[in-house]
Design a protein around this ligand. Structure first.
Ligand SMILES: Cc1cc2nc3c(=O)[nH]c(=O)nc-3n(C[C@H](O)[C@H](O)[C@H](O)COP(=O)(O)OP(=O)(O)OC[C@H]3O[C@@H](n4cnc5c(N)ncnc54)[C@H](O)[C@@H]3O)c2cc1C
Length: 465
């Protein structure tokens, strides 16, 4: 074979770009295929525009607190198009920076969709065929609507980022992080939000106690939460829509009041359909995700995959770290350097934000039984206390054994997103409760609660052998 490139990267999102840049820095000849905007989901319809809206929502909250504290905060009205223009300008700068860096690195960037013909050959949408010694599949995923009548009348998170004005009443379907984040943003920016959740709680991969406190905080902010409600159908109602929901507890279905807008946040699917993975001998699971091992190898020796197209945690830093480590092995001199899935911190940009690293209390008890001890601090942050706002924070440490090694850190409250990163480093180094107690607090902060938390009186049991 006479390869045109050492590496062809399929997809120019978080994982694909990181892989292309790192491979090229090791001297590999790289081509990157991306039919959409550079940066993929994170930059265009994910982390970045979401965080911009979340920051704006934070300002709205500060304005209301300011009023409560005696400031003349004026109307505080938001001109939505101005906010969106700032957001999109910021994103435009990221695109320009990627383009410049790709040019500087000499990466051949083709604005085309790709399909694998075999484990070394890619066919571009214009019919041109390219060959490479290695392929990297980094095609990400897309949001899916549920298979119910009228689903096409609702949008997905991508549509939210296209809105040119806020709707008055919004229904969100789903209880995962996307639903929770969009609900918080929309409510803070002046919409009336209702969330329909099939299960009994929000963000069920997070600690249940914090999920319950978040639900309470969201209710205080005015969001209406409907648990145990499955949306069975959608139909037009005037210029908006209404939803038929089934109450999973009591049975029976009812039609909702009309909403101006409806968003489904009911999950995402890997972008593998029509990608030619069969032809290349790349195996996928029953959900269409590429099956990879800890080193991101697929069932085809010359094809690797990273990011949301795989079974990895669907987070930008995970896709980036996986791609960089892979390229350090393929083209640098790194040996086995798998990601530790237990040491990854993650945050949901709810209002207030919630973050975690390690095991929830339930997971820890399943693994370590009676050796688990939990410390918690529930408190009203100083600003909320000053403004007499009911919002509360809840921090929780899950520890095991007589040494009280910390196996889970769970934070709900303002600044949880910023606090967690530093503690994640300590967590990965084998943090114990004694280490926290040895650390002098920074006062007055929310973060100090983590180093001041005490354990309940009972002695923890030794770890099971
Ligand atoms: C609303 C929302 C909010 C989020 N917020 C956060 C957050 O706060 N923090 C966080 O860490 N993560 C967040 N995420 C998740 C994060 O965006 C993803 O984990 C990340 O973008 C995955 O990167 P990726 O490279 O795997 O895929 P993507 O970024 O999706 O990139 C895949 C790229 O492949 C391209 N592609 C698809 N098919 C082909 C093909 N056949 N040929 C060529 N190119 C193709 C696509 O056009 C796309 O650009 C969020 C996601 C959403 C939806």
């Amino acid at each position: 074979m006479h390869p045109d490139f050492d590496l062809i990267v399929i997809g120019g999102g978080s994982g694909g770009l990181a892989g292309a840049f790192r491979a090229s820095s090791h001297g590999a000849r790289v081509a990157l295929l991306e039919p959409g905007e550079l940066g993929g989901t994170c930059v265009n319809v994910g982390c970045v525009p979401k965080k911009a809206m979340w920051l704006a929502a934070g300002i709205a909250r500060q304005l209301s607190v300011a009023g409560a504290l005696g400031f003349d905060a004026g109307s505080g009205a938001l001109d939505w198009p101005t906010l969106v223009a700032h957001r999109q300008r910021y994103i435009g700068n990221i695109h320009a920076s990627y383009r410049r860096r790709l040019d500087e690195a000499g990466i051949a960037t083709l604005p085309l969709r790709a399909r694998l013909l075999d484990a070394n050959t890619v066919e571009c949408a214009d019919g041109v065929r390219l060959r490479a010694a290695q392929l990297l599949v980094a095609t990400g995923g897309h949001a899916v609507r549920p298979a119910i009548p009228g689903a096409e009348l609702g949008g997905i998170s991508d549509d939210f980022f296209r809105w040119t004005a806020p709707p008055g009443r919004v229904a969100l379907v789903g209880g995962g992080y996307v639903a929770v984040e969009l609900a918080g943003v929309l409510q803070a920016l002046g919409c009336r939000v209702e969330v329909f959740v099939r299960g009994p709680r929000l963000i069920d991969s997070f600690d249940a106690e914090l999920g319950a406190q978040l639900a309470q905080d969201m209710r205080h902010a005015g969001v209406r939460l409907h648990f145990g409600h499955e949306v069975a159908a959608v139909e037009r109602a005037g210029s908006g829509v209404r939803l038929r929901t089934t109450d999973l507890g009591e049975g029976g279905g009812t039609w909702s009041e009309p909403f101006d807008a409806l968003l489904f946040a009911t999950g995402r699917r890997a972008n593998t359909a029509g990608l030619g993975l069969d032809a290349a001998g790349v195996a996928v699971n029953e959900r269409g995700q590429v099956i990879v091992d800890a080193l991101h190898a697929t069932s085809a020796a010359s094809v690797h995959a990273v990011g949301d197209v795989t079974t990895d945690l669907a987070l930008t830093p995970v896709a980036i770290a996986a791609a960089r480590r892979l390229m350090d092995r393929l083209y640098g001199d790194a040996s086995d350097n798998p990601l530790d899935p237990d040491g990854i911190a993650t945050v949901v940009f709810s209002h207030p934000p919630i973050g975690k690293i390690g095991l929830t209390e339930v997971q820890a008890r399943e693994r370590f039984g009676d050796a688990v001890h939990v410390a918690r601090a529930g408190f009203r942050p100083m600003l909320d206390a000053l403004a007499d706002s009911p919002q509360r924070s809840l921090f929780k440490l899950v520890c095991v054994g007589q040494e009280r090694r910390v196996v889970g850190i769970h934070l709900l409250g303002d600044a949880a997103d910023e606090i967690l990163q530093g503690f994640a480093v300590a967590f990965r180094k084998g943090l114990t409760l004694a280490d926290l107690h040895d650390t002098v607090a920074i006062h007055p902060t929310s973060a100090e609660e983590l180093v001041l938390m005490s354990m309940p009186v009972a002695e923890p049991q030794p770890l099971p052998q």
